[in-house]
Structures are given as C-alpha cells and as structure tokens.
Design a protein around this ligand. Structure first.
Ligand SMILES: [Zn+2]
Length: 139
C-alpha cells in the first residue's frame, strides 16, 4: 500500500514537471520574458533558460537541457553546463527548482566560491564552474 502510494506520487511529480515546462513554454512564447526569449521559445518550441554569448540554453518539454548555438542545431548540454543552465533557469522560473540536484548531508560548501555560487570576474561576477553554480559540492 505504502509503496504503491509512493510510486503514484513519483509519477505525478514527473507529469507535473512536464506540465509546468509546457505552460512556461506557452507563456514565454506569448511574450512573457521579453522579445528575445519569445523568439527563441517559438523557434525551438522549448523554454529558453538563459542567453549565452553565442548560444541559448533551452529546456525541452521532455525535460532535456539543450544548448543551441546561433549557427548550428541544438545539442544536449553536458555537465557542468547542464546543471549551470538549470540553476540559471530556476532563478528565472522558480517552478524549475525541483529539477536541481538536492544538497545532501555529504555535501560541503564550494571552496572556490565560498558557497556563493559566483566568482569575481573583472568588475563583475560569473557563475562558479567548480560547483556548477550550486554553491556546494559532493565531498
Ligand atoms: Zn562554487
């Protein structure tokens, strides 16, 4: 009984995140988030997570994180970028926070960025690669 309930909850959660992504894609396609994001959402039928210098980070309605260069087809994003894109996406769309890896008791603050997830770069700051901009790492 308990196991069956857990199973059905897990399925519901998966279905919910797909529904969440789909509704975010629709909202951004209708202009919520600005014209640049709207164009990208329509072009790829995916959720733009973040804009890079020469590419876009996208989340498909299947929950896949993709990197779309301006001059080529979208390809699956690899770690550490995949998680960094999701972190950036969750800042923009708080609903996506459930897709981020969870910090467990075996994790420690990232020494590189002091747990802030950001590193100084010139006069500004950039996301920390060391911890995939989570602010913590597995011990
Ligand atoms: Zn870090």
């Amino acid at each position: 009984m308990a196991a069956a309930e857990m199973g059905s909850n897990a399925v519901n959660e998966v279905v919910n995140i797909y529904a969440t992504i789909q509704s975010l894609i629709e909202r951004v396609s209708q202009g919520e988030g600005g014209e640049g994001f709207e164009q990208v959402a329509r072009r790829y039928n995916a959720l733009p997570l973040a804009e890079g210098w020469f590419s876009w980070a996208l989340l498909t309605d299947q929950g896949e994180v993709m990197e779309a260069p301006e001059d080529g087809p979208a390809v699956p994003a690899e770690e550490p970028l995949r998680t960094m894109f999701l972190v950036a996406g969750a800042r923009r769309y708080p609903e996506l926070v459930v897709m981020l890896p969870a910090r467990t008791s075996t994790c420690v603050d990232c020494a590189r960025c002091g747990g802030s997830a950001w590193m100084k770069h010139g006069t500004g700051k950039i996301p920390c690669h060391e911890c995939r901009s989570l602010g913590w790492v597995e011990r």
